[in-house]
Design a protein around this ligand. Structure first.
Ligand SMILES: CC(C)(COP(=O)(O)OP(=O)(O)OC[C@H]1O[C@@H](n2cnc3c(N)ncnc32)[C@H](O)[C@@H]1OP(=O)(O)O)[C@@H](O)C(=O)NCCC(=O)NCCS
Length: 144
C-alpha cells in the first residue's frame, strides 16, 4: 500500500507509520482490493465523532490496473460502508487540474463544493467534491 501511494501521488503520500496508525483507528477505514498477495488498489476513509460527513482521504489503483473498474468498485464499497454508519455525505479533495480524476468522481455522482487554493504542498489548488449518501437529499448545485 505504501508503494501504491508512491506510485499514485507526488505529495500527501501515506507512509508506513501513518498506515499503521490508520489501521488501528476506529475512526478510519482502510479498504484493499487484492489479487493473491498483490494490492491492486486501496481506499482510506476518515470519520469524525458527531459528524455525518465521511472523508475519502485516499484512493489509488495500481497504474497497470487502472480503467478496469477497480476504482469504481472501491468507491462503491466506501459508499456502502459510510451508508451503513448512517452518514449523510462523502467528501474529498482532488487536484483542480486533474481532469481524468475529476471525471472519475463526476461519473460517480460527486458534485462540486468548494475551491481550495494552495491546498497541496506544491501550491496546487484543490477542489472539494461531495456525494450525498442519503436518499431524498437534493444534489448540490455547482458553485460559480
Ligand atoms: C482515480 C483512480 C482511483 C480510478 O481508478 P480506476 O480503477 O482507474 O477507475 P475505474 O476503472 O473504476 O473507472 C471508473 C469510471 O471512471 C472513469 N475513469 C477512470 N479513469 C479515467 C480517466 N483517466 N479518464 C476519464 N475517465 C476515467 C471510467 O471511464 C469509469 O467510468 P464508467 O464506470 O462510467 O465507465 C485511479 O485512476 C488512480 O489511482 N489514480 C491515481 C491516484 C489518484 O489520483 N487518486 C485520486 C485522488 S483524489
Amino acid at each position: 500500500m505504501v508503494a501504491l501511494e508512491r506510485a499514485a501521488f507526488s505529495v500527501h503520500q501515506i507512509g508506513s507509520v501513518a498506515f499503521r496508525r490508520l489501521l488501528a483507528r476506529n475512526s478510519a477505514l482502510v479498504l484493499v482490493c487484492e489479487r493473491g498477495q498483490e494490492v491492486l488498489g486501496h481506499a482510506v476513509v476518515l470519520f469524525r465523532a458527531r459528524s455525518t460527513v465521511a472523508r475519502l482521504y485516499s484512493i489509488a489503483v495500481q497504474p497497470s490496473e487502472r480503467g478496469r473498474g477497480t476504482g469504481r468498485a472501491l468507491l462503491t464499497a466506501v459508499v456502502e460502508q459510510a451508508r451503513e454508519r448512517g452518514l449523510s455525505t462523502l467528501s474529498l479533495e482532488v487536484r483542480a487540474l486533474d481532469a481524468p480524476v475529476l471525471s472519475f468522481y463526476e461519473r460517480f455522482g460527486f458534485c462540486f463544493k468548494a475551491r481550495l487554493p494552495g491546498y497541496y504542498d506544491d501550491g496546487a489548488e484543490a477542489v472539494r467534491l461531495v456525494l450525498a449518501l442519503t436518499q431524498g437529499q437534493r444534489p448540490l448545485r455547482r458553485a460559480s
